[in-house]
Write a protein that binds this ligand. Structure first.
Ligand SMILES: [Zn+2]
Length: 187
């Protein structure tokens, strides 16, 4: 854009961070975090989402009534076991029945029995699922050369193409199941 005031070279990343106002954790901090947490925590981080059981799975049990008279329900993530969803429910009498509404929900993090924590140190920036994935992948691929990886990937592509060609050849020889509109009409 305005190249006149571009006296300081900025990375693309730096520009993005300025736009969003979110400070990202450095790659080094992400690598350190990936080394210290469990696979289950990494799974939630990489997914960018915790796995809470559904109401049918967990049942609905209230463990507290807050100051506003709302029912409190707590659910622990079945994957990392460190994230707790705290829900607040309200029960309203309506035409002789009680209708329940979840009016608020927030996340809390607990420390695991072995002292494990989900959150990284504060003040180190936010870690995105992509950063976690990048770090895990880089560690998994450490020690392999780009040349070897490229060669292996090209081999895999060749194999896949060969298999696809074989499959296509085989399929054309067989009789395809007739797909008419009969079934749709019958239903
Ligand atoms: Zn989780």
């Amino acid at each position: 854009m305005a190249d006149g005031d571009a006296d300081l070279p900025k990375s693309i990343q730096g520009e993005q961070l300025e736009e969003t106002g979110i400070v990202r954790a450095s790659d080094e901090d992400v690598d350190l975090y990936v080394d210290r947490v469990s696979d289950e925590v990494l799974a939630c981080r990489e997914r960018g989402r915790h796995l809470f059981p559904t109401i049918r799975q967990a049942g609905i049990h209230f463990t507290e009534v807050d100051d506003e008279g709302l029912f409190v329900r707590r659910l622990t993530c079945t994957c990392c076991l460190l994230a707790v969803k705290v829900e607040r429910w309200e029960g309203v009498r309506q035409r002789g029945r009680t209708r329940f509404h979840r009016v608020a929900s927030n996340l809390e993090y607990r420390t695991g029995p072995d002292g494990q924590t989900y959150l990284a140190e504060t003040g180190r920036g936010r870690m995105t699922p992509r950063q976690i994935g990048d770090s895990v992948a880089s560690k998994a691929l450490a020690g392999q050369t780009l040349t070897a990886l490229r060669k292996a990937a090209k081999e895999a592509a060749k194999e896949a193409a060969k298999e696809a060609a074989q499959e296509a050849g085989g399929a054309s020889g067989r009789r395809r199941p007739a797909r008419t509109g009969d079934e749709a009409e019958a239903g």
